[in-house]
Ligand binder design. Structure first.
Ligand code: GLA
Length: 379
């Protein structure tokens, strides 16, 4: 059937518009499905920590964002001793099981956090029914059975475990924790051996904060050397990476990456976030038993981040990610300690009730300029 010139032009325009919109939709979809993890996929995993409430809520838009943007996940709190094993007989598996199912479904790098730590562990672990400290042998038995149950339940599914967290004190050697005080310095060897027995395929990590501290670095390097001679299955070191605009010294941070890697360790940046608020203390770490009084002076950006501070945040993110890229051959994973600024512990630590901006997504889960800045490093 013959059509007029006018009809031909109109039909062609309609076909063109339809094709253009298919192309735009396909592009939009590709951008939407591409996350920061894809940009860095030839370098290292990019991860996030998921809170128990977010995991249990199973909100598809939040979990969709996580699986689109990240290739590695950690439970923020739900696998810690006090949460998963609150009393001698009770195990609360529900949240951790959901986490492992979710990670498996999306083929993610799953980090179990954490088997042995001095914090967020119930007192009963170290005591008998009368509140008296138990013996070394009894505590080793409890440690072994906790690790055996927990790492054993997810054996073959969990990619890696934070086996021991924060066992070293700056400048003082072993932290005088209940683990150290009752068992002695070999508690760490035992923890790694128990974890390896429970899940021989899992990659086993020692994790700590202030890892740029030269004395801490020297102590850990010495431990790793000796432990490896004893056959202790330690394979990775986690630098938590709770950093700020002015700390730590980036050269010292790099020295530590190199020093641990030189001992054959894979490097993990395990809990990265960047504090932009006034430092309420001299001490720069993450000893979570410390708290400070709130004051407005300590909370200057409650109504938004000034452009100049946002710029410093972006530049500092870029500085660290350039360092991570430089050492991409040593680094296994860079995990952010949360996804959106609103969920970060940094709003409540070391001062409760502040407004902080430490992560890659804002309070509405929109990508922030620091996200774009580190994405741009890969474009
Ligand atoms: C330490 C722990 C984490 C978390 C942070 C604070 O870094 O390893 O599990 O508790 O403190 O949120």
């Amino acid at each position: 059937m013959a059509i007029s010139r006018r009809q031909f032009v109109l039909q062609s325009a309609a076909v063109y518009t339809a094709l253009a919109s298919i192309k735009v939709n396909a592009l939009a979809k590709a951008v939407e499905e591409t996350g920061i993890k894809d940009l860095y996929k030839h370098d290292f995993h990019i991860g996030t920590a998921i809170s128990g409430s977010n995991m249990r809520a199973s909100d598809s838009s939040f979990l969709g964002l996580v699986s689109r943007e990240f290739s590695a996940i950690t439970m923020e709190n739900s696998m810690k001793w006090e949460r998963i094993h609150p009393t001698p007989e009770r195990w609360d598996w529900e949240t951790a099981d959901k986490f492992v199912d979710f990670g498996e479904k999306h083929n993610m790098y799953m980090l179990g956090h954490v088997l042995v730590w001095h914090s967020q562990v119930p007192d009963w672990v170290f005591q008998d029914e009368k509140g008296k400290l138990i013996s070394r042998e009894a505590l080793l038995k409890r440690m072994g059975s906790h690790i055996g149950n927990l790492a054993g339940r997810y054996a073959g599914r969990m990619t890696a475990w934070d086996v021991v967290n924060e066992a070293i004190d700056e400048d003082k050697g072993w932290r005088k924790s209940p683990w150290f005080n009752t068992i002695g310095a070999d508690f760490m060897d035992h923890a790694f051996n128990f974890a390896h027995d429970a899940d021989p395929k899992a990659h086993l990590v020692y994790n700590d904060y202030n890892m740029q501290n030269p004395a801490k670095r020297a102590f850990l390097v010495d431990y790793i050397r000796k432990a490896k001679k004893r056959g202790v299955p330690i394979q990775g070191v986690g630098l938590q990476g709770h950093v700020g605009l002015d700390f730590p010294n980036i050269q010292e941070f790099e020295d530590s990456i190199e020093a641990y890697a030189a001992e054959g360790m894979r490097i993990h940046i395990t809990e990265f976030d960047m504090d932009v608020l006034p430092v309420a203390w001299e001490f720069m770490g993450a000893e979570i038993s410390t708290n400070f009084e709130y004051s407005d002076e300590l909370n200057p950006y409650a109504d938004g981040l000034p452009a100049a501070v946002e710029q410093r945040l972006n530049d500092r993110y870029v500085e660290f990610f350039k360092l991570f890229l430089k050492h991409r051959d040593k680094i296994e994973r860079v995990t952010l300690w949360g996804t959106g600024d609103g969920e970060s512990w940094k709003n409540n630590f070391p001062v409760v009730g502040r407004t902080n901006y430490p992560l890659l997504f804002d309070r509405e889960y929109k990508r922030k300029p620091c996200y774009d800045a580190i994405a741009a490093l890969k474009k």
